[in-house]
Design a protein around this ligand. Structure first.
Ligand SMILES: Nc1ncnc2c1ncn2[C@@H]1O[C@H](COP(=O)(O)OP(=O)(O)OP(=O)(O)O)[C@@H](O)[C@H]1O
Ligand SMILES: [Mg+2]
Length: 617
């Protein structure tokens, strides 16, 4: 229920359309009732003019009316009087000619259907707009989530939340709720109408109707159950067959033919019994329905003719009654189905709200301040970090990156280099120790300002399915053409960009599929240049490239690093030998550091790795 209310709260901005929908649907219900009402004079006119007016007039007089004979509760009687008066007043305005009545029926049908259209349109509009808002809201929430969340929730699951689950809510909110409102209005309208026609008769009909509908439900439930059983028995039979055929050699070798045949006979007997029971229900259905149906109808007709003979009812009224009952059947059937749709929507809503309510692990601290400029440098002090408990990745990692210098991080695979690169922009937060910028814990800066100061180029370049221009100037609404071209040139990208017929307006395809790996990498460099961040992280930015492409991208990267505080991670030591400082990492901490020459001279891990790569000086 709470879920439903919360879903309904999303309709608030669309309350205008919701109101139109309700008005339309109430209109439809009223028109339906009016149509039923028109049946009375229509039929009575056919039989003899004035019959309806006669009975209506009699009722209004109060003398000898059915309501007067046996005492009904005064409230009911009062209400009935009101209705009778209203009907009589209406009747006096109705034309008496048959053709005019028929025309009025047509007009009412037209109005009713026009209202149906507007009511449904408004309802769908409300529902769909609500669901759109919900979906947008959901994605807003997801985009704020930390990588940890995305790692725990498979992409497919998240996609399903945004697409399937929301779609199920649409089905309930927009389609089923439309039916719910329309049907309830109609049923209530028809019920009120039926009771206003003749209270006792309506009561009698209401008692009889469930007697007719209940067996339908009962039979269909029984039939479903029986068919299910019969299916199961069929399955058992198949299992026996499967075993016997596949294992026929074993059966024969052991002389078990008769035993297996008996087993099969047992299975067929059970299937026969179950099947027969299902057919019995099926065979019983139609006769019982017909007997009950005709019996119920006859009882009603008997009662009606009794009332008619006493002048308390006309044939027109009776027909109108039957129509009203008939018109209630479908809405009631649909209302019965509503429950299922609602349950599904509630379940989907719960899943969606679980996503909406998931706490965001990495957010601004209450008094976070914007990051200004980096003057001294960045320092990792005794940083501990684990993605999963009990599996430490960083264990007391220390490193200093002086402002404006290039510091390289090298070491064996799995040492934790990329993890260091992820901690710097706070994709994850350290679990012990701290990372400071000019002595201030980076968690004291606002996320937006801190991340805004960092450029990240990794091995996997993420490009969006839009133009090269928009990919380079990612996130900027106003593109500075000159700067764009300067960045593309510095990234050695302009050359290939201009080879495309559309130049900077070339759409790169999903994830940049139309570009080569090296081209994608150079676009990523151009993007970082355009952002112009004071701090730069390069994580294996060239490792996916062949030697030639790597040389070009390496030059592009050198342009990018100039004047920035840079952390560069690479397997190939040749690409980092010119760094100002090199830290060698192993098992989550720095094991040695210095310049390329100093490290070679130490004959440690660095010298060993360098030798493996044929780098001797
Ligand atoms: N998102 C993650 N969730 C869980 N464990 C992770 C995650 N990313 C990395 N790890 C684990 O953390 C350890 C360090 O990984 P990391 O990517 O930092 O190593 P690396 O030094 O960059 O290695 P490589 O040189 O191969 O890129 C590895 O054991 C890895 O399995
Ligand atoms: Mg890595």
């Amino acid at each position: 229920m709470k879920v439903l209310l919360r879903l309904l709260r999303y309709t608030r901005p669309h309350i205008g359309w919701a109101a139109v929908a309700v008005v339309g649907m109430v209109g439809v219900a009223l028109a339906t009732v009016f149509l039923m009402y028109l049946v009375v004079p229509l039929f009575d006119n056919m039989l003899g003019a004035g019959a309806a007016q006669q009975i209506l007039g009699k009722n209004v007089a109060g003398e000898g009316s059915g309501a007067g004979k046996k005492p009904l509760s005064p409230v009911v009687r009062g209400l009935q009087r009101q209705f009778e008066r209203a009907r009589a007043a209406l009747a006096s305005h109705l034309p008496s000619e048959g053709w005019a009545l028929a025309a009025l029926v047509l007009l009412t049908v037209f109005v009713k259907n026009a209202l149906t259209y507007f009511g449904h349109y408004a309802f769908f509009r409300t529902g769909l707009a609500t669901v759109k808002d919900l979906r947008d809201h959901l994605v807003d929430a997801l985009l704020r989530q930390s990588p940890e969340y995305f790692q725990q929730q498979p992409t497919a699951v998240l996609m399903s939340r945004v697409t399937n689950d929301v779609e199920q809510i649409t089905a309930a909110l927009s389609d089923r709720f439309g039916d719910l409102f329309q049907d309830s209005f109609t049923v209530v309208g028809l019920l009120v109408y039926a009771f206003s026609l003749n209270f006792r008769f309506a009561l009698a009909a209401l008692v009889v109707a469930p007697l007719l509908i209940a067996p339908v439900w009962h039979f269909s439930r029984r039939l479903r159950k029986r068919s299910h059983q019969s299916q199961q028995r069929l399955g058992e039979m198949n299992t026996v067959l499967d075993e016997v055929f596949k294992g026929h050699k074993v059966v024969q070798a052991f002389g078990m033919e008769r035993f297996e045949a008996a087993r099969f006979r047992q299975a067929t007997r059970r299937h026969f019994t179950a099947n027969l029971k299902a057919r019995k229900v099926q065979a019983l259905n139609a006769p019982v329905m017909e007997v009950l149906g005709v019996g119920g109808a006859m009882a009603l007709i008997g009662y009606a003719s009794h009332l008619i003979s006493r002048g308390e009812m006309t044939l027109g009224l009776f027909t109108s009654f039957l129509f009203a009952l008939y018109c209630m059947y479908n809405p009631i059937k649909r209302l019965n189905k509503l429950n299922l749709a609602l349950q599904m929507a509630i379940a989907a809503g719960e899943r969606v709200f679980a996503v909406l309510d998931a706490p965001v692990a990495i957010t601004d601290r209450p008094n976070a301040r914007p990051f200004g400029q980096l003057r001294q440098g960045i320092r990792f002090s005794n940083v501990h970090f684990a993605y999963e408990p009990e599996k430490p990745v960083l264990r007391g990692f220390d490193l200093e990156i002086p402002a404006g210098k290039v510091v390289a991080l090298v070491g064996p695979s799995g040492a934790g280099k990329s993890t260091v690169a992820q901690l710097l922009p706070r994709f994850w937060d350290v679990q012990q120790g701290c990372i400071t910028a000019d002595g201030v814990d980076i968690r004291d800066f606002t996320l937006a300002s801190w991340r805004g100061a960092i450029g990240l180029v990794t091995q996997e370049t993420v490009l969006f399915n839009t133009t090269i221009r928009a990919n380079i100037a990612y996130g900027q609404e106003e593109v500075d053409e000159e700067r764009l071209r300067a960045c593309a040139q510095a990234a050695f990208a302009e050359e290939f960009i201009l080879e495309f017929p559309d130049g900077y307006d070339t759409v790169v395809g999903e994830a940049g599929i139309k570009l080569s790996g090296g081209q994608r990498q150079r676009l990523a460099v151009a993007r970082a240049l355009y952002k112009n961040p004071p701090i730069l992280i390069l994580d294996e930015a060239t490792s996916a490239l062949d030697a030639e492409a790597e040389a070009v991208v390496q030059k592009a990267l050198e342009n990018l690093m100039r004047g920035r505080t840079t952390l560069v991670i690479a397997h190939r030591l040749a690409t980092v030998r010119n760094a100002d400082w090199i830290a060698v990492m192993d098992e989550g901490r720095v094991v040695e550091q210095g310049t390329h020459r100093q490290l070679l001279a130490r004959s440690g891990l660095y010298a060993y790795l360098a030798e493996l790569q044929g780098l001797t000086e």
